[in-house]
Design a protein around this ligand. Structure first.
Ligand code: FES
Ligand code: FE2
Length: 416
């Protein structure tokens, strides 16, 4: 009965061509969610899996996800990166249970089927039966069974995986500029400073849009403007890849006092004068990349973010976990050659970001406000007209161009 209702509703769901309107059902529909898993996360895209540094030695592995599909990524005996579904070919149990570890092979706990580091099924317990009885039929062929494998590729020490045989190379997928901006930050060996998981109550696309939305930063995050860290009047812009799939939003802090007129004129929440930090050392930073860029938020479609905010370096892996549930896996990075002073600065600045970060806690909430706000509507549309209708790179951030870029790529993959 429920299927029938869904089907009826689906048939009324249409979306005019264009990128300046987004129908709210796109965040609420079970059929859309299933299609996204097929066409995007298991389609010709690259999913971020882990850092090379996290699986440096043969046998090192991590368990991760491509969309909502569980995946094992492992360095094999030859030092090659391998990735395959974390799903036993027998009855579907997780093959590896821990977040990470070191293994010579993987044995499923349920009935002890065993896989090598390439994901090939190598052992079936009691295959020949016991005392001549039972066992698998003689024509059972282990080579014909096993978890699906992913292609892997790396850029700047980031490991990506794809289920699609025909996916373009990672360099082609990202384009020169995005590769260059990844390598601008990840140019030397990294060290994981910490990680955590944040679950947010909204569709994954709302979070991805938020990441790409350079318009909201200085409005929603009052810490930024209150302490003069990021205003749209600062030098900055958005760089958008050809199809709109990936983006970079960047800015340079200008330590000169700035005019607040654009903010006061509009009576914004961020118009607060006279506030200072009791301990300004939290914002102490250095221009470690030598170009004065203090903020570079970079996204890779469908669910990867590399953020440099002053000296904090963080990766966010955005994983759909249901129509209105998204898991963010945060990984904080430093470099192995950090001086103790620089490491202290990074750790202190980490207060700015993360689930309770002074400049990012609101992002964990606002997607939920939208998800709750759009309950019960199938026909209404969001407006994305800031900065026009294009998805072009521009030298200002008062624009929703990179969000429109997301939808351009999304509609392409979804053929919607
Ligand atoms: S489910 Fe893995 S061995 Fe049975
Ligand atoms: Fe934000």
């Amino acid at each position: 009965m429920e299927m029938k209702l869904n089907d009826m509703r689906d048939s009324k769901r249409t979306w005019e061509p264009g990128l300046t309107r987004v129908p709210y059902w796109i965040y609420r529909d079970a059929g859309v969610y299933r299609n996204e898993q097929q066409r995007i996360f298991q389609g010709p895209t690259w999913n971020y899996l882990c850092l090379e540094a996290e699986i440096a030695e043969p046998g090192d592995y991590r368990t991760t996800f491509a969309g909502d599909t569980p995946v094992i990524v492992v360095r094999d005996e030859e030092g090659e990166l391998q990735a395959f579904e974390n799903r036993c070919a027998h009855r579907g149990a997780l093959i590896a249970l821990k977040d990470s570890g070191k293994a010579e092979d993987f044995t499923c706990v349920y009935h002890a089927w065993r896989y090598d580091l390439q994901g090939n099924l190598k052992g079936v317990a009691f295959e020949q039966g016991v005392n001549g009885k039972g066992g698998m039929p003689p024509d059972f062929c282990k080579e014909q069974h096993g978890p699906r494998k992913l292609r892997t590729a790396t850029v700047g020490g980031l490991v990506f995986g794809s289920f699609d045989e025909d996916v373009p190379s990672i360099e082609e997928y990202l384009g020169d500029t995005i590769v260059e901006k990844i390598e601008r930050v990840l140019s030397k060996p990294v060290e994981v400073l910490g990680r955590f998981k944040q679950t947010i109550p909204n569709n994954w696309k709302l979070y991805m849009e938020n990441v790409k939305d350079s318009y909201h930063a200085s409005l929603l995050h009052v810490f930024f403007t209150t302490f003069n860290l990021n205003r749209l009047s600062q030098k900055g812009g958005v760089i958008i890849s050809e199809t709109g799939a990936h983006h970079v939003s960047w800015s340079k802090v200008d330590h000169k006092p700035q005019s607040n007129s654009a903010y006061s004129a509009e009576k914004l929440r961020s118009d607060k004068e006279g506030y200072t930090l009791a301990d300004p050392s939290m914002l102490d930073g250095v221009d470690e990349f030598g170009d004065g860029v203090t903020l570079q938020i970079l996204s890779v479609f469908p669910g990867f973010v590399l953020a440099q905010i002053q000296n904090t370096l963080a990766i966010r892996q955005i994983l759909p976990a249901g129509i209105d549930k998204t898991v963010l896996n945060w990984t904080y990075l430093g470099f192995t050659d950090d001086t103790p002073e620089l490491r202290r600065m990074r750790l202190k600045q980490l207060n700015l970001t993360g689930s309770a970060g002074f400049i990012s806690m609101e992002d964990g909430a606002v997607g939920g406000f939208v998800q709750r706000g759009i309950a019960g509507t199938d026909e209404e549309l969001a407006i994305l007209e800031m900065g026009g209708a294009s998805i072009e790179t521009q030298d200002n951030r008062t624009t929703e161009a990179s969000v429109r870029g997301f939808w351009n790529a999304y509609r392409g993959y979804m053929e919607i």
